[in-house]
Write a protein that binds this ligand. Sequence first.
Ligand code: GLA
Length: 474
Amino acid sequence: MRSEFAGGRADKRGGHAGPILLHISRVSSNANSPFLAGWSAPGVGRSATCERVGACAIYLKLNEFSVNLEFETEAKSLAGSDVTSSNLVLQQARILQDQFKELYGQNARVYCAPGRVNLIGEHTDYNDGFVMPVAMDMYTWVAAAPREDTQVHVYSRNLSEHAEMDLRDTNLQVQGHWSAYVLGVAASLRLAGQKVCGANLLVEGKVPMGAGLSSSASVEVAAGFALLAASGLSVTPVELATICQRAENEFAGARCGIMDQMMACCGRANYALMLDCRSLEFQLLPLFPDAQFVVCNSMVKHDHAASGYNARRADCETATRILSGEIPGVRALRDLTLMDLERFSQSLTEVVYRRARHVVSENGRVLAARSALERGDPELLGRLMRESHRSLRDDYEVSCPEVDTLVELACEQDGVYGSRITGGGFGGCTISLVQRSQVEEFGRSLAQRYEQATGKKSDIYIFQASDGAREALQ
Ligand code: GLA
């Protein structure tokens, strides 16, 4: 069934009672709208209830764009969860808007960007490889309004602290300070030639920090989106992701890859995103109807900059440098097969060989995971997740005893297909694939058994796959 919506008037055929899930399948515009340069309709998820389609019509009319949106409808009433989570988004945005008014005496617009969980494909992004993340319905919020001068002022609700910069400052020094993730983005936007102007910002992060769920990228992308919008500017999602990655590399000092920022920009409700980190092309893969991903937080904090993340990256660079001298055409570990590695294993130290073996085998697992999602085969994906964990634990050595315990306990539960560490590692979270009917029991019993085994309380997140960065209030 199809509904069409053109020029600000919705024509819904089919007569469903109650909300209907609408997927925007195509957006086209004859206007050179900055917001439509690669984004879906701003502020409206690519799946929306009918009410939210109404909001979309108003936005488009106000901005005088001539736009055609084509929707594919699913004859499926929402069981309340989508509606509830979109209401929560609105509520949260309004609260931040009020707080902004109190703080700066101005009316603000509010933007949000999600955290992410990676299903599979770990430490492959900075090796030009493949990743498969999902955006979670946990967000960083940024309220913003323009200033008359060239200052960017930011207040963090999480830390109750203020920071500021002058956009003319070409020597911003914020490494090690929380403001790097906001002011670094402002500086990075300027370095990319974006003439952002002064702005007041209020930031509130709801993505758990240091848990491997990409709180940093969600701050960067929400701040970047807000700074651009406050200046009447826009870039494509891929450009914004690249600018934010540069901010994290150069101003926060973490040599992260592109996965987290891409996800925060391009996430799509109900889909995983299979990203080729070399071309930055991606494919959306539908999640399983009868199995759900559940995230469990070991509560062991990681810290990229201080941990072995940069050291792992350096090991990969060493392997690439040596093997590119042996095998023509090798630009990154992405270009190698396991057979290539075997053949030239004597050229590498034992540790560097194991690091490379993880990356090469993990890329293969992501490709296999794509088929698992396409074929609707949770058994296969579960098996790949368990293999991925072993490789990250033994070859890449980014797990820790608590996370290993969480994975082992998860795999012993009924209805579990697989489980693995997710994110940068050295603590943080696991992701488990669980039969939908078993999810609640799984969470309850895992938290209990983990506490018995380690004395630590685990947070369990039963999340929904959400859309990427957007304006939260129109
Ligand atoms: C962190 C980085 C990502 C990626 C993962 C590991 O989240 O920010 O770029 O390297 O670790 O897969």
